[in-house]
Design a protein around this ligand. Structure first.
Ligand code: G6P
Length: 367
């Protein structure tokens, strides 16, 4: 059937608005209707004995993988190796016996990711893939497919598939944590509740787009933009910088905020806006001092944070978008949404071809 824009100006705008539904449908798929516990299909291995996981993907899916690594390491205490698929394939790192390979792809057809899948299968790994298009080449060649339920994504730049990927990875980390005995029941319940609450929190973002549009007006004038994040939100800074580059053609770079002083701080002046992904987590105060350093060099700080963070940032940031309060666990999923909306709003101001950015393809089936 023909998919339309449903009155939105671009598929990207429509698909951004579908974030809450994509997260919600994906959660429904991984939640036991009776116990309300996160429940995934049986794994082709014993999660408690898994020695290690190798994660690989391309583009936004790779950034989802980086967040996945953070969760698998911190919640399930599982060591993870991760690389972009085009590197992983030829780096060909040695694999443990009985390890798990985790491939993430919206389309299930990306040539580099498929190449890694085949390499890791050959190296004896059990293949688990996180896919939006389950009936795809990667789907057929996997031992287990964990489907995200984002629905068709038409816009070349990935949006809702990204938060759906993160949702599946969060569910995987919780499930592994339970099976590996690294999370007590109370903590599991708390994190599950935070996850199940996400569709509502995500929907709230769409009633406050004005702040993001104000930010977009600053970003649209820049030639270079720096995105800063820390911990599980570092990949969200990377996703923000990628989206901005892809659809607005403004150069953007993401940096772990703590690394600012080791290099990029030399670039900062009034012409380089600094976008901070700064939820109130245990790393917030570190981020705050990183941002104070940037402001002291004339940097214009544009911050995504929550109410508590906004209070502490009020003398540091020129603009603040206040997001709903959520548990630090799910912050990367929630913060991905306004970061993508910012790129979209900048592209609108720039008048670019948002759904079909130059030189890019939705699914890259050549190496
Ligand atoms: C292309 C798209 C990106 C996407 C990447 C990986 O570069 O423009 O939005 O993240 O491919 O695609 P996949 O289908 O494997 O997730």
């Amino acid at each position: 059937s023909q998919i339309g824009k449903d009155g939105y100006r671009h598929f990207m705008e429509k698909e951004l608005h579908e974030h809450p539904v994509a997260i919600g449908q994906t959660l429904q798929r991984v939640t036991d209707p009776v116990t309300r516990r996160i429940t995934l299909p049986d794994f082709p291995f014993n999660a408690a004995e898994l020695p290690r996981a190798t994660i690989s993907a391309c583009g936004s899916a790779y950034y989802a993988g980086l967040v996945g690594r953070y969760w698998l390491e911190s919640l399930a205490r599982l060591p993870v190796d991760i690389d972009v698929a085009s590197e992983m394939r030829y780096r060909a790192p040695p694999q443990p016996d009985q390890g798990m390979a985790l491939l993430i792809s919206q389309s299930g057809e990306t040539a580099d990711t498929l190449g890694v899948l085949r390499f890791l299968k050959e190296a004896g790994q059990k293949i688990v893939s996180v896919l939006n298009v389950e009936h795809s080449t990667m789907g057929r060649e996997s031992d287990l497919v964990l489907g995200m339920v984002a629905g068709p994504e038409i816009s070349v730049a990935s949006t809702k598939a990204f938060t759906a990927q993160l949702t599946v990875l969060a569910a995987l980390a919780l499930t592994f944590a339970r099976e590996r005995g690294t999370l007590d029941t109370a903590a599991e319940q708390e994190l599950t509740a935070a996850l199940l609450d996400l569709p509502s929190r995500a929907a709230e973002i769409f009633s406050h787009l004005e702040g993001i549009r104000d930010m977009a007006r600053v970003v649209a004038q820049a030639r270079d933009v720096l995105y800063l994040g820390r911990g599980s939100c570092m990949p969200i800074a990377q996703e923000g910088a990628l989206k901005l580059k892809e659809i607005s053609y403004i150069h953007a770079e993401a940096y772990a905020a703590g690394e600012l002083k080791h290099g990029p701080i030399s670039l900062i002046d009034q012409t380089v806006p600094v976008v901070a992904i700064a939820p109130s987590t245990i790393l917030f105060d570190k981020m705050l001092s990183n941002l104070q350093e940037a402001k002291a060099r004339g940097g214009r700080i544009l911050a995504f944070t929550d109410a508590a963070g906004a209070e502490k940032l009020k003398d540091v940031a020129e603009q603040i978008v206040v997001l709903p309060d959520v548990d630090a666990f799910v912050a990367p999923i929630l913060y991905a949404i306004p970061v993508q909306i910012l790129a979209y709003e900048v592209a609108l101001l720039k008048g670019t071809d948002v759904d079909q950015p130059r030189n890019l393809a939705k699914s890259v089936t050549v190496e």
